[in-house]
Design a protein around this ligand. Structure first.
Ligand code: PEP
Ligand code: MN
Length: 362
């Protein structure tokens, strides 16, 4: 249910509506629009007394949200949400609305040296956020599983040194507490999209969440997963289209470019594309990245490696750094057509800084 306040409703009226929603056993969620406040009342069906809310001072109308996802819907929040990643020890990067962002780096952090080298190359090539897996969801339990906390600390210090926020996949609720202190953005992998406990747990943090689409999830399922995060009070959800399973077997997955306008009609959340996992082969990555941006995505997440033949994970789809740099030039032009802009590379902070809260030195 959404309660639309009239444009001059005083704060006291908003507070009263919020208090009544709580009294009915529901959770109030405020959406401050340019002209008016909209309050979402979220809870189990049957708890809300619509007529009572409609009669309160300052309320213009009470309307049910028809979509199964509520806080993720455009009905609840009309304007594009802009999510900010970073702040603190690194610059803030905006994603959403007119802001496009490029998240790049290795699939997995294999050692500190390779991470530093790739991070520098992607930053110089135009990425503003660094990716790197430290816990890897692998099909086989005998494949490389990631280096865990050591790798996480390298990611943190590398991001700080280069002035790049870091985006790291979280796989388990038990990792959330430690990771919350160290990452700038949680990544929820395609295989975890319906790990509802994990979604709720990251929803309780205040770090942005990059939510990949499940391998066989509909847009509705995906937005309902976003709703799990939002319902816990975390507004920083960024969706990521990374390809779905179809009958086509010439590529790893099929990038569903159509999902971009579909999501943008249904939801205010930013959406980016992952051309790497969809393609599975570096030869196809630039085309898919450009197709995603042309369809209106707010950026890309892409895998890069200077020596993919030695990569422990996803080598065949990693771009060589010069190709990545060239692609970024092309993407800037495509983004301009859809009214978006990739931020220029932020200048790095002075080197040698120690972030005592994180216990890591840059
Ligand atoms: C990844 O980003 O390396 C990854 C495992 O992606 P996905 O969850 O989309 O397969
Ligand atoms: Mn990968």
């Amino acid at each position: 249910m959404i309660i639309v306040m009239n444009s001059h409703a005083p704060q006291a009226s908003v507070d009263r509506v919020v208090a009544e929603i709580v009294r009915m056993g529901c959770a109030p969620h405020l959406s401050q629009g340019r002209f008016r406040t909209v309050i979402g009342a979220v809870g189990e069906e049957g708890l809300i007394d619509q007529n009572h809310l409609a009669a309160l001072d300052g309320v213009e109308k009470v309307v049910p949200i028809m979509k199964p996802y509520k806080l993720a819907s455009r009905e609840f929040h009309d304007e594009d949400t802009i999510v900010e990643i970073g702040g603190g020890s690194v610059p803030r990067v905006k994603v959403g609305g007119p802001h496009a962002a490029c998240i790049a780096g290795p699939c997995a952090v294999e050692n500190e040296h390779m991470l530093r080298r790739i991070a520098r190359e992607v930053r110089d090539g135009g990425a503003t956020i660094l990716r790197g897996g430290v816990y890897k969801p692998r099909t086989s339990p005998y494949s490389f599983q990631g280096l865990g906390e050591d790798a996480l600390n390298w990611m943190r210090s590398c991001g700080d040194e280069l002035g790049m926020p870091i985006c790291v996949e979280v796989m388990d609720t038990r990792q959330v507490e430690t990771m919350e202190r160290k990452v700038d953005c949680f990544q929820i992998g395609a295989r975890s999209m319906q790990n509802f406990d994990l979604l709720r747990e990251v929803g309780r943090t205040r770090k942005p969440v990059l939510l990949k689409r499940g391998l066989a999830a509909s847009v509705k399922d995906w937005l309902l997963s976003a709703e799990y995060v939002l319902s816990q009070g975390n507004r920083g959800v960024i969706l990521c289209e990374r390809g779905i399973k179809t009958f086509e077997d010439s590529v790893r997955y099929t990038l569903d470019v159509t999902s971009i306008p579909v999501v943008q009609e249904a939801s205010h959340l930013p959406i980016i594309v992952d051309p790497s996992h969809a393609a599975g082969r570096r030869e196809y990555v630039p085309s898919l990245a450009m197709a995603g941006m042309a369809a209106g995505a707010h950026g890309i997440i892409v895998e890069v490696h200077y020596c993919p033949s030695e990569a422990q994970c996803d080598g065949p789809q990693a771009l060589f750094p010069p190709v990545f740099t060239e692609l970024m030039g092309q993407l800037r032009r495509v983004a301009a057509i859809t009214g978006k802009e990739f931020e220029p590379i932020a200048s790095p902070p002075p080197t040698g800084r120690v972030d005592s809260a994180l216990g890591v030195s840059a």
